[in-house]
Design a protein around this ligand. Structure first.
Ligand code: SF4
Length: 336
């Protein structure tokens, strides 16, 4: 909002014009300058000359039988990104991307195969939510935003934070900070900066390995930021105004789904204000990993519950359209 106010003042307008503009863009989700009826014609003409209002284009849309919708969007430079609308019984959640591709190289993730093409701007991050919002039935709204799509949010820290502040601004989207979660593969300086610079939004850690050795094999980032240091950063993370840190843990057959891993996970999380989000791995022909047996999933989950941990088992929404966790990758990559 600050930048917009400064711009309005420098253009000879009153400061409150920025607030009105915010309302049009993010509360009313206006898609034309003409529709902004309480702005003067002169100001609307200036806006049209100074800014681009077109959103990034939806070029493909797929729906799964559980209601999940995945959209492929084309950016101005021709790059493509994916975002997902998850339909729950009584609310909607969106999963958004922060980069085109990703540099983190997690072995189980299709986005990793794209490499990093570029960071998204804050505008491109926000426009994904506007695009998904436009698909909702009239009168419905999005309740949760998760930064868990393509890319590592803390590898594009400034634009991630800028978009977060747009989502939280009470003149626009007015999302509750409790409803937004930023997920990282474990970039410790990013976690520390996030802790210092905002007390808004929840933190999620993509964990997936319970020892340094196991994690390093799946997530190369662990070579740079070790599991021990990551857990120390999590224990130091201020949580007065936030919910528990979510630790995402992918269950893969023969790799991460043993009872021994469950025991180590309990030990690892001891003393943290956390919850575990277990994710059943979705098999993909491009990767060699296998989905765990149902029995193994139940046993793993039960062990954690028996030891007092808060556990959710993420149902694999959007599986048939490759919209589930770790499956986002644009067709350009898939063809290559
Ligand atoms: Fe990047 Fe996330 Fe995929 Fe890892 S899991 S490669 S951080 S998109």
């Amino acid at each position: 909002m600050g930048e917009l106010s400064d711009w309005a003042v420098s253009a000879g307008e009153k400061k409150f014009r920025a607030q009105q503009l915010y309302q049009w863009l993010y509360l009313h989700k206006a898609d034309s300058w003409e529709s902004m009826s309480n702005l003067s014609k002169k100001f609307r003409e200036l806006l049209a000359k100074s800014f681009r209002l077109e959103r990034i284009k939806i070029v493909n849309q797929q729906s799964a039988s559980d209601g999940t919708i995945k959209i492929l969007q084309q950016l101005e430079d021709g790059q493509e990104i994916e975002s997902v609308l998850l339909v729950h019984d009584d609310h909607y959640t969106v999963c958004i991307s922060t980069q085109v591709g990703c540099a983190m190289g997690c072995k189980f993730c299709l986005t990793a195969g794209m490499g990093l093409k570029r960071n998204l701007t804050a505008g491109e991050i926000v426009e994904q939510v506007l695009n998904l919002w436009s698909l909702l039935p009239p009168g419905e709204s999005i309740r949760n935003i998760v930064y868990m799509g393509m890319g590592e949010p803390f590898h594009n820290y400034d634009n991630t934070l800028k978009s977060l502040n747009i989502f939280l601004n009470d003149h626009g989207f007015n999302f509750s900070s409790r409803r937004i979660t930023v997920s990282t593969s474990g970039i410790i300086p990013g976690i520390e900066r996030f802790a210092r610079e905002t007390d808004k939004a929840n933190l999620a850690i993509s964990l997936n390995g319970v020892t340094q050795e196991a994690r390093k094999k799946l997530m190369p980032i662990s070579k740079r930021y070790t599991l021990e240091d990551l857990m120390a950063a999590c224990r130091n993370f201020p949580q007065e105004t936030r919910k528990r840190i979510t630790f995402e843990y992918i269950l893969m057959k023969g790799l991460t789904d043993s009872l021994q891993s469950a025991r180590q996970l309990v030990k690892l999380l001891h003393g943290t204000k956390s919850k575990i989000n277990l994710i059943v791995y979705n098999e993909n022909p491009d990767l060699a990993f296998k989905s765990p047996d149902q029995e193994a999933v139940k046993r793993f989950q039960q062990y954690l519950l028996d030891h007092g941990l808060v556990v959710t088992l993420r149902s694999s929404k959007g599986q048939g359209i490759s919209a589930a966790c770790g499956q986002l990758a644009t067709s350009k990559k898939k063809k290559s």
